[in-house]
Design a protein. Structure first.
Length: 220
């Protein structure tokens, strides 16, 4: 699934009942992420922290959807462990976990390790993650090995960046950007155009090459 690929519609069982992806997504963004296996330590921390931050995703009009090659009953049983481990999860577990025991969806979305993808017995999904816009397109992807857990704050930061740059087509977010900090004006925008777009001003950085490509503004 390359960037801007359209995620195909699919049907799958989940901890919250059958899901038809396009209908379930509606006009929301989606965080679709896989984990290698239920009842494993790193996965428990990941789903727990994403659940704890459910309101942060909701504020960003983003639905969370977990996935692994385990079956639905395994997911349901595991949720009790996750809630016990992350005691600050309140009420019902906030998002569905897709069941994919035949690995069909995992193969379609390329979420299985290359070395194991043909081995039905040992093939597990890696820590694949897709941020999907309301038009069903993959806007960002991350792939982590089984041994490295993901950072929920970074996922939220990426959603903020994608939504901001969708709203303001003339900017990009720099390294280590956080919401509210300076953004960069795209090189395709002339100084004259930038002055109209950002009437409260922008900064220009002189470069040894003489290029005029590092321009930042906090007035957005």
């Amino acid at each position: 699934m390359r960037l801007n690929s359209i995620v195909p519609d699919f049907k799958a069982d989940s901890t919250k009942g059958p899901i038809e992806f396009y209908d379930w997504q509606g006009d929301s963004w989606v965080l679709l992420f896989s984990h290698p296996s239920d009842f494993t330590p790193v996965c428990t921390t990941e789903l727990g922290r994403i659940a704890v931050n459910a309101t942060q995703f909701a504020k960003r009009n983003t639905k969370c959807l977990a996935h692994s090659v385990d079956d639905t009953q395994s997911h349901i049983n595991w949720v009790n462990d996750i809630k016990s481990y992350c005691a600050d999860i309140r009420g019902e577990f906030p998002f569905p976990i897709l069941a994919d025991p035949n690995r069909q969806l995992a193969i379609t979305l390329g979420m299985i390790d290359e070395e194991k993808r043909e081995d039905i017995e040992s093939a597990k999904t890696v820590r694949a993650l897709f941020i999907i816009s309301p038009d069903h397109r993959v806007r960002l992807s991350m792939f982590y090995p089984m041994t490295t857990g993901r950072n929920v704050n970074e996922i939220l930061r990426c959603i903020d960046s994608l939504q901001l740059t969708d709203r303001l087509k003339t900017v990009a977010t720099p390294a280590n950007w956080m919401p509210g900090s300076k953004v960069m004006i795209l090189p395709s925008v002339t100084d004259e155009e930038a002055a109209k777009l950002f009437p409260k001003g922008f900064d220009k950085t002189s470069m040894p090459s003489g290029g005029n490509y590092v321009r930042t503004t906090e007035n957005y």
